[in-house]
Ligand binder design. Structure first.
Ligand SMILES: [Zn+2]
Length: 390
């Protein structure tokens, strides 16, 4: 097949690409792929130096873990003979197709790779080369793979029934906590962060109004009752006043004066804008955990000087950050703007009108003081390794 094209200065032709093999709920065996940008680096992570400038996408997995990705033949014949070759089989191997065999024909083909077991905690990285015609043919694309040693993070779920001051009127939250945790684990697995979920604690408390958690007036009542030290406590309640979810990291309660004296915790209200599915809750939980790992929203203000507490102009009026787990507050579809008139608006691969869950590897937004806004896999892992989580 000949490609005829006029080139002005520069033209990138991408014959194939990789994408997440699943649509809908997060799946630990089907990670998201950071395919943003060209010629950008993955910063140093846990002692592994920064990558070279990468043209292709990046994906992460844990050592001794097999994952499925989808190879899309974008600008090449669906029957073009393609071979997948690992640049270092001590780091990652191709499991499907079997070594020496071409990728199956088709516009979209699932392939499998496996992170190899290695000793030590320093991450390793290698490339899966897509070669044309034979295993030694020209490389037409390269996927960079990070293989991580798991970093455990302990999480304690709580199901809290809020009664009124007389001890009545509370409705026990019915959110499926096991499914919630399974999805949150799946979202963070690509960064090699392993949520270690402790036994769920189910209890009740009397507060001013049944089924209502007031922020922040009631938070100390919750954490002073049943706090599991050495873990991130996640409290699922019926409803949070004026919020769907709230997360207060150890860093936030230490450095933001409005939260001084409070305990860290994640709070999820299951009644939120007419109800929420498990993925919505899991996305919120995984996002709040990101804050515990020192991550910022991608367009927050400066991280130096006085930390902003109010009047923080971080809301977005377009959708670019909604693919990312650490998305900004998005006003796009809210009054007075209204939902844009296209039906697939806000579908980032996790279902219509659900935010995405991509944890960026690449530092696409380079420049002054961008730490924690991009390349969040490196930022999170470096913090989890050495920072104060609990
Ligand atoms: Zn946030």
């Amino acid at each position: 097949m000949a490609i005829s094209s006029q080139v002005y200065k520069e033209l990138r032709i991408v014959p194939v690409r990789f994408e997440r093999a699943a649509a809908g709920d997060p799946d630990i065996a089907m990670p998201d792929v950071d395919d943003r940008g060209h010629n950008t680096k993955v910063p140093a992570v846990n002692g592994l130096g920064a990558s070279a400038e990468l043209r292709g996408p990046v994906v992460g997995l844990k050592k001794d873990q097999k994952v499925t990705l989808r190879l899309v033949r974008e600008l090449i014949d669906p029957a073009a003979p393609l071979y997948l070759v690992s640049s270092d089989e001590s780091v990652v191997t191709v499991e499907t197709p079997v070594k020496g065999s071409p990728v199956a024909d088709g516009a979209r083909t699932d392939i499998e790779i496996k992170g190899k077991l290695y000793t030590g905690a320093t991450p390793k990285s290698a490339e899966i080369e897509v070669r044309f015609q034979s295993a030694t043919g020209p490389i037409i694309y390269a996927l960079t793979v990070y293989v991580f040693s798991p970093l455990p993070v302990a999480v304690t779920p709580h199901i809290v029934t809020i009664n009124d001051v007389n001890g009545v009127g509370g409705v026990a939250p019915s959110l499926d906590v096991d499914a919630l945790m399974t999805q949150a684990k799946a979202i963070w697995a690509c960064a090699g962060i392993a949520l270690s979920v402790q036994a769920t604690r189910t209890w009740s408390i009397n507060l001013a109004t049944a089924n209502q958690l007031r922020f922040p007036a009631d938070f100390n009542s919750i954490t002073s009752t049943n706090f599991n030290t050495g873990t991130i406590n996640v409290y699922v309640v019926r409803q949070i006043q004026d919020a769907c979810g709230v997360g207060l990291s150890r860093d936030a309660v230490t450095n933001i004066s409005a939260f001084a004296g409070m305990q860290p915790g994640v709070y999820l209200g299951e009644v939120c804008g007419g109800g929420r599915t498990t993925y919505w809750g899991a996305n919120d939980l995984a996002h709040e955990l990101g804050h515990f790992f020192s991550l910022w929203h991608p367009s927050d203000g400066s991280t130096s000087g006085v930390r902003p507490a109010t009047g923080w102009s971080w809301a977005r009026y377009e959708t670019w950050s909604m693919r990312l787990l650490m998305h900004n507050w998005n006003q796009t579809a809210r009054p007075p703007y209204g939902a844009p008139p296209w039906t697939d608006y806000a579908d980032f691969g996790y279902g219509a009108n659900f935010r995405g869950a991509l944890i960026p590897f690449k530092e696409v937004r380079t420049g002054l003081d961008k730490s924690g806004r991009d390349a969040q896999c490196s930022v999170a892992r470096n913090y989890v390794k050495t920072g104060t989580l609990y």
